[in-house]
Design a protein around this ligand. Structure first.
Ligand code: NIG
Ligand code: FE
Length: 411
């Protein structure tokens, strides 16, 4: 593997600390090195420092990138996506734009179930091809690690195909069998019985975590508890979609079961904030989804101020957030969630890596970590959030190899 030296960078910005998530006042802990270099060997960062500290006796054969005018941040970590799906929901988007609500469309058999129909009709090879294409979209915005959920199969074979497709596309698979109840089942209890007996044994061999949509019209707290407990016994980490539309006990259940995360939280009130902030469960905030559905933003500032663990993600999916850009999510975090750019960066790197149980290997630019690096075309790293929907990502490096470079504009 070619070694790589990125030299003369305007700035390197990285979450503070050696590993693990940051919270409370520590959430603003971003270390900035000016006039900097990053040296990578064998796919890992070997050293990061000021240009003046770069030893001159580097052996030959090193690929060099001229970092003048660029800033480096860690590869972004998208810890909540539904990137494996067939078809689209542009018609539904048009109906919503004309006034229909997401929940009404869902209740009428549209919404998630319309993507289920399209995804069931696709072969696994096709699902893999689509997920690889979506990974390319995310990569072009600086995402170097993504999580991808199933949940558009809701039958054994398609759920397992989705999980394998996410893995084949290089993602971290999460089993969202309990996304919603498919039409062939008479109620959520019978569907959970089926999931645990027929799908979990194999899903647990492919996925790293299990997820449930705890919401009116999908699964209640008792059904979610039964599903998640069985998943934990099968060795899966636990995640929940909770408080998206109503407070239905997701935070309490996440804390009780020591889940990795509870995600969405647009409907969370002050009591929920206090309970979550006092726990080690990460609140994953998805402001692009709130924006896309015209919903209230989650109480991110209150959670952060109360010392809660937070992460940011896109929720990339065809219905509630057709958005593959974490830099756009960082802009929303700063303008709508009232997070500082430092807090937003940490939430989409070190803390998102923690949600995926990888905070010792990705999410920071430090010796020994994966050489996953985003070069921003900007004089200050905070442009990643400041440049609203801007083409700020210049180059993306994964494991020490350039995987994306933006074509220069010609004038
Ligand atoms: O995170 N809320 C449930 N699931 C997804 C949306 C899935 C869809 O609409 O297709 C979400 O918003
Ligand atoms: Fe989601």
């Amino acid at each position: 593997m070619t070694d790589l030296l990125i030299r003369d960078l305007a700035q390197v910005a990285t979450p503070a600390g050696a590993a693990g998530p940051l919270r409370g006042p520590g959430l603003r802990g971003v270390v900035v090195i000016e006039d900097a270099y990053i040296l990578c060997r064998d796919g890992r960062v070997e050293s990061v420092g000021r240009m003046g500290e770069l030893t001159s006796d580097l052996a030959g054969g090193i690929q060099e990138i001229d970092g003048r005018g660029l800033c480096a941040i860690p590869g972004l970590v998208d810890c909540h996506t539904h990137a494996c799906f067939a078809g689209d929901r542009v018609n539904e988007f048009s109906l919503r734009a004309g006034g229909a609500s997401y929940e009404e469309l869902h209740a009428a058999g549209g919404g998630i179930l319309s993507t289920v129909r399209a995804t069931r009709a696709a072969e696994e090879e096709e699902l893999t091809r689509i997920t690889v294409r979506h990974r390319g979209w995310m990569r072009a915005h600086g995402t170097t690690t993504f999580e991808g959920k199933s949940g558009y199969g809701l039958d054994r074979d398609t759920e397992l195909s989705q999980l394998r497709a996410v893995r084949a596309a290089g993602g971290v698979p999460t089993w969202l069998g309990a996304h919603t109840v498919p039409p062939e089942f008479d109620g959520a209890d019978a569907y959970v019985d089926f999931l645990l007996a027929e799908v979990l044994p194999q899903a647990a061999t492919i996925a790293e975590a299990a997820d449930v949509f705890l919401e009116r019209g999908s699964f209640d707290a008792a059904q979610s508890r039964r599903y998640l407990r069985a998943c934990a016994e099968a060795g899966l980490a636990l995640r929940l979609h909770g408080d998206q539309f109503t407070e239905s006990g997701a935070i309490e259940l996440a804390v009780e079961l020591e889940a990795r995360s509870v995600d969405h939280l647009e409907a969370t009130g002050l009591e929920g904030v206090a309970i979550l902030a006092a726990s080690d469960v990460t609140g994953v905030l998805l402001p692009a989804s709130a924006l896309f559905l015209g919903r209230p933003m989650p109480p991110a500032r209150a959670l952060a101020d109360a010392g809660g663990l937070i992460a940011l993600a896109t929720d990339f999916n065809p219905g509630s957030a057709f958005c593959d850009s974490l830099p756009f999510v960082l802009s929303l975090a700063c303008t709508q969630l009232h997070l500082a750019p430092e807090e937003a960066l940490v939430a989409a790197t070190a803390n998102a890596a923690h949600v995926l149980d990888r905070s010792g290997s990705i999410g920071r630019l430090r010796a020994g970590f994966a050489a996953d690096i985003v070069l921003l075309e900007a004089p200050d790293w905070r442009h990643v959030a400041y440049h609203l929907a801007g083409d700020v990502v210049h180059t993306v490096i994964e494991g020490g190899a350039v995987v994306f470079r933006r074509t220069a504009y010609s004038v």
